[in-house]
Design a binder for this molecule. Sequence first.
Ligand SMILES: O=C(O)CCC(=O)C(=O)O
Length: 286
Amino acid sequence: MRNSLLEELEANGYAVIEDFLKPDEIEQLLEAGKKLCLEAPQEDRKVFSGVNSDKAQSREKYFIESGDKVRYFFEEGAIDEKGELKLDPLNALNKVGHALHTDIPVFQNITCCDRVREICWQLGYKRPAVPQSMYIYKNAGIGGEVIPHQDASYLFTEPNSTLGFWIALQDATQQNGCLQFIKGSHKSGVHRRYIRNPDTKSEELLVYDRAAPIYPQSSFTPLPVNAGTLVLIHGNVVHKSDLNRSNKSRHAYTFHIVETQNTKWSEENWLQPPKDKEFPIFYEAE
Ligand SMILES: O=C(O)CCC(=O)C(=O)O
């Protein structure tokens, strides 16, 4: 298995493992996702996307401080001008992150399970750590677009070691916004980075270091998968997902791992480990 997984990842920039989760594990995570919706804040709700509003700075602060917390990001279309919910709370969230893997047992159990460790081992990780995790909702009719990006733009290590584990909790189709990849694009380096603003006097806490590259739609290959499928995502592969205009939601649980042996986590990354701590380590190879 080790070679075929590595080969697939090296050839395409992603690899697929069907039936990674058992039906009861999927159910547990979906239940946990529902519970998060009901626990989301009732006031001062923060949306995930959107730029240049007067609320941008407080939203960025909420985001930048979310690394070791469970924080809730709403869909832009779910909240009115007064900050009130326009929708059923079960349909209003874009995502929750970024410490589900440390703070909520059901997510912790899946993230740290032997199947995940085995994959890291097979891929040659020596001292893998988990910097973040997210529950992504992509709800029916409202789930937002995820723009084309490379995960290493946000979670940069030298040398590159970022690997995404993306697990479909519901069937992901072209209609409800499955992942789409530019096959082989992980071979072209990191195209831009999203960093803490070096200008500390600026109101913008986080900035891109260059403009977004243009990736033609024709270069993307959609990857529909069934619930329970794990997609491994190379840190440098360009991928995206479209708006969900269908009547079926497309929930997913995702987390990342990075190497910590002879590898440097960038101090410019938006996400930093808590002071004097490391991100949780899976194992240490001898
Ligand atoms: O779930 C999605 O739609 C996008 C997820 C993604 O791009 C990521 O986790 O890097």
